[in-house]
Design a protein around this ligand. Structure first.
Ligand code: G4P
Length: 526
């Protein structure tokens, strides 16, 4: 198959939601359709949870939250589908946001009874910023839900995006009868407690007398609502969807496998194939012959039996080949990757080639950090991996003096993964961890113990913000460092960071040193 046809059959996307809206359940159902897993039915079965989801980490099983972002790929009809899973918990949003830089489109799951929840809004903000095409799946229609028109209005207002229903529910909760697929004019009937895949009954128009047989008096309401809908909403515009301005909306129940296949089929028809991407130097088109890609995630110790670390590379252009020399542009070093892996659901397997849209896992022993670019030699650097301003800080101390080497190694590797940020106070040498969510501290402690055999303790620190300080005036920077010596730290790669313990202290420093630049995230050098 040519490079062009390989690219055109690839759909790389993420499913995101507020926790509990049904992201995991929907992912599992999509995997079932794709034959990537074979346990039909009950999501509650532990088995399916283990094989289908991103249970890379023990901690996830213990806490029931998806901490690691994983990749699940499967073949469906002529398509190659790559689903990038994201952590549900808000304390791991950084991981989710980084993953969103590696997808070409997104499915947002909303709980029909709860409507738009806070985290859904934040995730949509990231999609809007990047103009990522979004499809909305309104889940849990088998439960009593809001009025459909109100729900759509809420989605438009809260998510600040135009919507266009492509399917329409017939009631909800105990009276839920099914979903009419506007896109394909077919009706799918709902049978409670049946989780198997059903085929839709096809009608060419909603005035077909056969509809009454299936829906009884509800058919009138359906007709009225569809007429109203056609009056209110313009025709679905695929180009507006692809431009990130319009979200098609589907309704269903992931738990009952209802409306999922319709979602998948329409998604595959309309969702974008890999798109051009920006580097610092130029726009790279996926159809270019030369391979290029970037690291959006690093994960250590995926397999507890082997000390392994994997860099997840999103392929952006050309064909990736095993054992071909590729340039790591930040280090200006050449690497041959002898055992790249693909992720087929829970399985990893070594592959010989991969194409734009695919995610390849590269075994790594410390050469990669998040954001690194690989090419066939061209010196380019992919852009747009967000970094975050830490909001919570703690001193990290060694709780087992016999294991200080393990602790240092563990901290080093976890920071490379982007789990949190590390600062070393230049005055007293103490190490400070900066996070955006409380749970990250617990994950660090847990992983240090279970993956590195090291014990740590966190101690409180009075701190408001970490600011990267920069100036072309070397002398001025030196004066700043001297004057603020008690509050100066270095980040992991040795850059100067001012640790302000209150907004007042920060304001004072900025007024005193007007010619110094204060940056609140670490990616100001890009
Ligand atoms: P998340 O990944 O977005 O956090 O949500 P997840 O899929 O884990 O679903 C959260 C809960 O909602 C689960 O129930 C799941 O079974 C349920 N659920 C998902 N889709 C539907 C649906 O269409 N209808 C109904 N009625 N429920 C749905 P749980 O009891 O919290 O977990 P579990 O014991 O079933 O795993």
């Amino acid at each position: 198959m040519s490079l062009k046809s390989e690219i055109e059959r690839r759909k790389t996307f993420a499913i995101v939601s507020h926790p509990d809206a049904g992201k995991t359940t929907l992912t599992e159902k999509l995997l079932l359709f794709g034959g990537a897993i074979h346990v039909a039915g009950a999501v509650k079965s532990n088995k399916i949870k283990k094989t289908a989801t991103s249970d890379f980490m023990e901690i996830e099983r213990q806490r029931g939250i998806s901490v690691a972002t994983s990749v699940m790929a499967f073949e469906y009809n002529e398509y190659k589908v790559n689903i990038l899973d994201t952590p549900g918990h808000q304390d791991f949003q950084e991981d989710t946001f980084r993953t969103l830089t590696a997808v070409d489109s997104v499915i947002i799951v909303i709980d029909a009874a709860k409507g738009v929840e806070p985290q859904t809004k934040k995730l949509m903000d990231v999609c809007r910023m990047r103009k990522t095409p979004v499809i909305v799946f309104v889940n849990k229609m088998d439960r009593p839900s809001e009025d459909t028109f109100n729900l759509l209005e809420e989605i438009e207002n809260q998510l600040q995006i135009s919507t266009r229903p492509l399917s329409w529910p017939i009631n909800s909760g105990p009276g839920f009868k099914g979903v009419y697929n506007i896109y394909s004019s077919s009706l799918q009937l709902f049978r409670p407690n049946v989780q198997e895949i059903e085929t839709g009954i096809k009608f060419d128009n909603i005035y077909d007398s056969g509809l009454e047989k299936h829906l009884g008096s509800d058919v009138e309401i359906l007709r009225e609502e569809l007429e109203l809908l056609e009056g209110v909403y313009p025709e679905f515009s695929e180009s507006e969807y692809l431009a990130g301005n319009l979200a098609p909306v589907f309704f269903g129940s992931a738990l009952y496998n209802f409306g999922v296949q319709e979602l998948l089929n329409t998604f595959l028809k309309i969702a974008p194939t890999p798109r051009p991407r920006l580097t610092n130097e130029r726009i790279v088109n996926p159809y270019e012959a030369s391979f290029s890609g970037f690291v959006f995630k690093i994960h250590a110790n995926i397999d507890p039996n082997h000390r392994s670390r994997i860099a997840f590379v999103k392929i952006c252009s050309g064909k990736f080949e095993r054992n071909k020399p590729y340039t790591h542009t930040r280090l200006n070093k050449t690497f041959k990757i002898s055992s790249p892996t693909a992720f087929m659901a829970a399985k990893k397997e070594v592959i010989d080639e991969a194409y734009p849209g695919d995610i390849v896992g590269i075994p790594d022993n410390g050469n990669f950090i998040i954001g690194d670019t690989l090419t066939e030699g061209e010196n380019i650097h992919y852009k747009g991996l967000p970094s975050f301003s830490p909001e919570m800080f703690r001193y990290i101390e060694n709780a087992d003096p016999m294991k200080s080497k393990q602790l240092a190694k563990g901290i080093d590797q976890l920071m490379d993964e982007g789990v949190a940020q590390l600062f070393t106070n230049q005055f007293n040498g103490r190490k400070i961890i900066g996070c955006v969510g409380q749970l990250q501290f617990e994950v660090i402690q847990y992983r240090l113990e279970h993956e590195y055999g090291a014990k740590c303790r966190f101690e409180p620190i009075q701190m408001y913000k970490a600011c990267w300080v920069k100036s072309n005036d070397k002398q001025l920077l030196e004066d700043f460092r001297k004057r603020k010596s008690q509050r100066m730290a270095k980040d992991k790669i040795g850059r100067d960071v001012f640790m302000a313990d209150s907004p007042f202290i920060l304001d004072m420093a900025r007024q005193e040193f007007e010619k110094i630049d204060f940056h609140f995230t670490s990616d100001f050098d890009n």
